[in-house]
Design a protein around this ligand. Structure first.
Ligand code: GUN
Length: 291
């Protein structure tokens, strides 16, 4: 048996189509502002990808590139201006920020109704109180929400199932736990201090791995028939060849699992699509004066 591949692009296309249709019902084209500080190569590539997809989806987008030595006060002043600009619906500050800037102070300075990353404490609270997805205001982080949309697209239901997440980051593991709980899964959040990780992962009907360690999950750690969502992105350097992108899951897991996300081409496209869906959602809430 070999697992079904849960490809991201068709699910992302469906999410973008829905975002585009909702945007067309608004009085003004939603605008997303991306802020990048410095020239971290991964950030340059991510921000360019987000802007390209925003344009393809028919949204307005602007990128502010600030030099590496930008002070925290300068960055906060830019956010104050963007928060106050009625033309700006969504704001994303690309992470990581240079070491001299306090990331938390910056994320806390984005107005919650424009926080399309869902990192502001107000949005974190709304997620954990079960408000996100209920039609009320509230934005959740893009990667976990994109994962939920991917499962939905492939008709995979988590209600009543055992979900195990490996990795407790603010970007993925923690918010994913909240979304899975809201969707009535039984959730275990494992991490680097978890003793006997294999005993925990073998319980999972749905296993989500977001650690950033190649081959962390091997076939004997997987319950036969489980659904595996690989959020890892690792660059495998190969002598004389281009680096290869691989996830956290060993390829042989495909012989045990019933379904598996490829890397690349699984969760990645969903993250960007969800960012644009969040931008449209922010614009809808702002237009309705609900924020
Ligand atoms: N860097 C890596 N992932 C993300 C993300 O989801 N949002 C932001 N702002 N920065 C990131």
């Amino acid at each position: 048996m070999s697992a079904t591949l849960l490809a991201g692009p068709p699910a992302a296309a469906a999410l973008l189509e829905d975002a585009r249709a909702r945007a067309s019902r608004l009085a003004r084209v939603p605008q997303l502002v991306l802020v990048r500080v410095g020239d971290d190569p991964a950030s340059v590539s991510y921000v360019a990808g987000k802007q390209k997809k925003a344009r393809e989806t028919g949204l307005q987008s602007h990128v502010h590139v600030l030099p590496e030595q930008t002070t925290q006060a300068e960055l906060l002043a830019l956010l104050t201006a963007l928060n106050a600009d009625p033309e700006v619906n969504g704001i994303l500050v690309q992470l990581p920020l240079p070491g001299h800037i306090d990331e938390k102070a910056v994320l806390d300075a984005v107005r919650p109704d424009k926080d399309v990353d869902g990192f502001h404490p107000v949005n974190v609270g709304r997620l954990w109180s079960g408000q996100v997805g209920s039609g009320q205001p509230g934005l959740a982080p893009c990667t976990p929400q994109g994962i939920m949309a991917l499962l939905d697209f492939y008709g995979l239901t988590v209600a009543g199932k055992r979900a195990v997440i490996v990795g407790r980051s603010q970007l993925v593991g923690r918010p994913l736990a909240g979304l899975l709980l809201n969707a009535d899964a039984t959730v275990t959040l494992a991490h680097s201090r978890t003793a006997d990780l294999a005993a925990v992962t073998r319980e999972a009907d749905f296993l989500f791995v977001a650690v950033g360690r190649t081959h962390l999950i091997t076939p004997e750690m997987v319950k036969p028939g489980a659904v595996i969502i690989d959020v890892g992105i690792n660059r495998l350097e190969r002598e004389g060849q281009k680096a290869k992108l691989v996830g956290d899951v060993h390829p042989d897991v495909a012989q045990v699992a019933s379904a598996l996300t490829p890397v690349p081409g699984g969760v990645g496209p969903m993250t960007i699509a969800q960012l644009l869906a969040n931008t449209v959602r922010a614009a809808e809430v702002q237009a309705a004066g609900q924020a």
